[in-house]
Design a protein around this ligand. Structure first.
Ligand SMILES: O=C(CO)COP(=O)(O)O
Ligand SMILES: [Zn+2]
Length: 217
C-alpha cells in the first residue's frame, strides 16, 4: 500500500520525467492522484520539472484545501474524472505538442479523435473524445467531462491539450505518452493513405489485453 508520502514522491518523479522529455514546458500541465480521503494535485503555476513533494496540494473529498500550495486551476477537470470513473486513480493534463496540434484541427472526428493506428494506443488509451474549447480554468470543461459519465479514459480539450486517466499514476503517464506519440504519427501520416486497425483487430486487443476502452481504465 502506497503512503501519501510515496504518492507525493511519485508525482515529483514522474512529472519531472514528463518535463525532461519535453511532454510539458514552462508551467503547463498538471498531475493528480486519488487518495482515500481526497486527492493530491500539482500547485497552480508550478513547473512539472521542479516540484517539491511537501508543496504538492492536498484537497479533501469535498475539494477543500487541506495542505500544500494553492491547487491547479484545472482541478475541476481532475475531480470530474474521479467522480465519474471509479477506476481512475490518477489524472495527467498536458499541452504536449502533437496532441495539442491535433486538438486545433477542424476536421478531426470529435467522437474518436485519436483513431486506432497502433495496438498500444488501443491498449493504453482507448477511444478519445474531443471537447469544445473553454479558457483554462473555466469549470465548464469539468461539466463536459462529467456529462460523459465515465465512458472515456481520456479527452482532448480543443485548442488546449489532452486530459488522461489511469488506474494509477504510472498508467496515466504511460497513456498520456502513448496518446502524444499517436498524435505525432497521425500528423506525420496526414497526407499519406493510411491503414488503421480494423474493428475486429481492436476487439481482439480488448479481449486479450483488457484494453483501455470506454467503460474501463
Ligand atoms: O495547464 C494549465 C492550464 O490549463 C496549467 O494550469 P495550472 O498551473 O493552474 O495547473
Ligand atoms: Zn492546460
Amino acid at each position: 500500500m502506497m503512503t501519501e508520502a510515496d504518492l507525493r514522491e511519485g508525482i515529483v518523479r514522474l512529472s519531472k520525467s514528463l518535463f525532461d522529455r519535453g511532454f510539458s514546458v514552462g508551467s503547463a500541465g498538471n498531475v493528480s492522484v486519488r487518495l482515500a480521503d481526497g486527492l493530491l494535485i500539482t500547485p497552480t503555476n508550478s513547473c512539472l520539472g521542479f516540484l517539491e513533494a511537501a508543496r504538492i496540494t492536498k484537497l479533501d473529498r469535498e475539494g477543500r484545501h487541506v495542505a500544500g500550495d494553492p491547487p491547479s486551476k484545472e482541478v475541476f477537470l481532475h475531480r470530474a474524472f474521479y467522480d465519474t470513473r471509479p477506476q481512475a486513480g490518477a489524472v495527467v493534463h498536458l499541452h504536449s505538442t502533437y496532441a495539442t496540434a491535433l486538438s486545433c484541427l477542424t476536421d478531426i472526428d470529435p467522437d474518436d479523435c485519436i483513431p486506432p493506428l497502433t495496438p498500444y494506443v488501443v491498449m493504453r488509451v482507448g477511444t478519445v473524445k474531443l471537447l469544445p474549447y473553454f479558457r483554462p480554468g473555466d469549470a465548464r470543461s469539468g461539466d463536459l467531462i462529467r456529462a460523459l459519465k465515465g465512458a472515456f479514459a481520456a479527452v482532448l480539450l480543443a485548442n488546449h491539450g489532452p486530459v488522461v486517466t489511469g488506474t494509477d499514476l504510472g498508467a496515466a503517464v504511460y497513456a498520456a505518452e502513448e496518446l502524444e506519440e499517436t498524435a505525432k504519427l497521425l500528423l506525420l501520416l496526414r497526407s499519406c493513405p493510411t491503414r488503421r486497425l480494423t474493428p475486429a483487430q481492436v476487439d481482439e486487443l480488448r479481449t486479450v489485453f483488457g484494453a483501455a476502452t470506454p467503460g474501463s481504465a
